[in-house]
Design a protein around this ligand. Structure first.
Ligand SMILES: C[S@@+](CC[C@H](N)C(=O)[O-])C[C@H]1O[C@@H](n2cnc3c(N)ncnc32)[C@H](O)[C@@H]1O
Length: 290
């Protein structure tokens, strides 16, 4: 497959198309955004921020880099890539966006999975996350992907220009997804299933509630329909003290856990975990207006 640079970036202030000019992206109305030394672009204007440093902190990002690089979640990345691949038509140009890409592990995996496929069309890849620390790490991982600091609420890309959005354990914003997806475009959601990390949750919470994947009625009201649902379940084998701590730190469990729970998890030397993940594919209706 050929890899294209994303050519559908939009100004986060007025929505006009962005063009490359020297070390900046600029729109026709004079808004300009610097390309950072690491290669990413910050397209999150202050008026779209709800806090000074939104999204995951550097500490969380580093924990996630270390955990994911150990390969424990590779079966998730592989299944996601298989699912994303079948959403695009053979030989046609397609744009993939990872919404809430974190430090880029899953999009980089998809990129490498697709780039060796024969007979495909030209592909472009956009990784979007509200955390600057996460995007700076992503940019280190893969220089051929377009990495953007921005929000899923208002993705800084053109209307109806994306073929597949993947959102992995991320913040889902169907209004934003609806605007940027082409008619018939797909959203692939990766979410925890009821038993995901149950052994860790039994340690950090007083009571373990089986969590169901997110209710999608708001997406369905916008004209999305669920066209596929699959799940993946496996055991990690024993993971060590450092991996347990990284896993805890990279998830919202760290903040939700009781103090005693965090301490008990912090003292564990090893633990075997159940990974239980649900993949749902939603299709944007053809008839829907943006
Ligand atoms: C649980 S992490 C998942 C990261 C990555 N998808 C993964 O699974 O490794 C959630 C990510 O969503 C990002 N995030 C939170 N709110 C966001 C928003 N409004 N728009 C884009 N990203 C957001 C966080 O910064 C964080 O990187």
């Amino acid at each position: 497959m050929n890899i294209l640079k994303a050519h559908n970036l939009a100004c986060p202030i007025d929505g006009a198309r962005l063009f490359s000019r020297e070390k900046q992206l600029v729109c026709e109305n004079g808004h300009a955004f610097d390309v950072a030394r690491q290669g990413y672009v910050n397209l999150l204007p202050v008026q779209h921020k709800r806090s000074k440093q939104p999204g995951d902190s550097k500490e969380m990002v580093i924990a996630r880099v270390q955990f994911l690089n150990s390969g424990l979640y590779e079966p998730i990345a592989n299944k996601l890539a298989e699912i994303a691949f079948v959403q695009i038509a053979e030989g046609e140009e397609a744009c993939f966006m990872d919404a809430g890409c974190g430090e880029g592990y899953y999009l980089d995996y998809l990129f490498n999975y697709l780039k060796d496929k024969k007979g495909g069309g030209a592909l472009s890849f956009i990784g979007l996350d509200i955390s600057k620390a996460a995007i700076a790490e992503s940019a280190r991982r893969n220089k051929q992907i377009t990495w953007l600091v921005g929000t899923n609420r208002q993705p800084p890309v053109d209307n109806a220009s994306v073929d597949v959005i993947q959102c992995v354990f991320g913040f889902q914003s169907f209004e934003g997804f609806n605007r940027v997806l082409k008619p018939g475009g797909k959203v692939v959601l990766v979410e925890p299933g009821p038993d995901h990390l149950k052994e860790l949750r039994e340690i950090i919470y007083r009571e373990v509630i089986k969590s169901d994947p997110q209710d999608l009625s708001c997406a369905e009201e916008m004209g999305f329909s669920v066209v596929d649902r699959q799940s993946l379940r496996f055991k990690t084998g024993l993971i060590n003290h450092e991996q347990i701590n990284n896993l805890l730190l990279m998830t919202p469990h760290f903040y939700r856990a009781t103090k005693q729970g965090r301490e008990a998890a912090g003292n564990l030397q090893e633990l075997e975990l159940t990974v239980d993940v649900v993949f749902r594919v939603l299709e944007k209706g053809n008839q829907r207006n943006l």
